[in-house]
Design a protein around this ligand. Sequence first.
Ligand code: PMP
Length: 360
Amino acid sequence: MTRIYNFAAGPAVLPEPVLEQAAGEMLDWHGSGVSVMEMSHRGKAFIGIAEQAEADLRELLAIPANYKVLFLQGGATLQFSAVPMNLLRGKKSADYVNTGEWAKKAIKEAKRYGAVNIAASSEDRNFSYAPPQAAWKLDPNAAYLHYTSNETIGGVEFHWVPATGSVPLVADMSSHILSRPIDVARYGLIYAGAQKNIGPAGLTIVIVRDDLLGAALPATPSLLDYQVQADNGWMFNTPPTYAVYIAGLVFKWLKKLGGLRKMEEINRAKANVLYEFLDQTEFYYSPVAKSDRSLMNVPFRLKNETLDEEFLKQAKQSGLAELKGHRSVGGMRASIYNAMPAAGVKALVGFMRDFQAKNG
Ligand code: PMP
């Protein structure tokens, strides 16, 4: 068996001990004689798995008791619709911060349900920075403010939490949730697709403050109504059981590692190795403003773009996979999520140094 270093943006690398445990439990989960995939979601065994997963996530993020945690389906993309459907609550418009590809998609969907005020944008500099709060034009009557706290494609991360007064703050944290501690109480709602730092694709996590529930637009499908999902213990229909189980194993892995403070320390050290290398070479560069660089998604470019294809080919031959940047922006991108070992980042930098020496 050969495992490669997988720098994919998502679905992405998962912790090896988690995969090993899942493999060991595949045919017979804890003496039940069945795989988790084959269990009823209403049975005692799975209910136990689900409750433990939720409890561990609550502990990891220190989620206050007045927040519901929902394990849903449909990806972060479905939340682009669910958020306005649930949170407009009779108001006419919502504020959005436009920081790149994912923010734009969220804005496009929101416009189907109400007016959107672009409170801030970084489009003027090709989405290469997080617009500073001082430049934001907030609407005090907005139903909520939505921002993408880590732009997976652009590699721009907010290292600060926006202040929105009494307007609920909503964050798409898909690509950096669980990478470091967050103060959940600052948010009205947080959502994230699982396939980066949480587990397999097919699971979407929503963390929502109680007072925002119960006023969904009348046409909201029951499945998308947070109140309905909360009332039914996020099992209004069959949840993605196997994905919930793997997520639960990932939460245990994080707890064993020392929780999110420790995870942040490790992530900072990993990202520093790559950024420090990028900043001292003339051969490669990072297109992102230094203060807003993502610890999870690191886009970088070769100054001589005619070498891009050769770079990717040789990287793959060296066991470094999925380094091609998103098709909308080109260049390279290394996604170095929680489960990417420090050795993977070191191997990448070593390869980049060699490639430069041969081609620089
Ligand atoms: N938001 C962000 C920040 C993302 O990175 C992604 C997926 N890469 C999405 C939303 C969409 O997620 P999904 O494919 O789970 O709908």
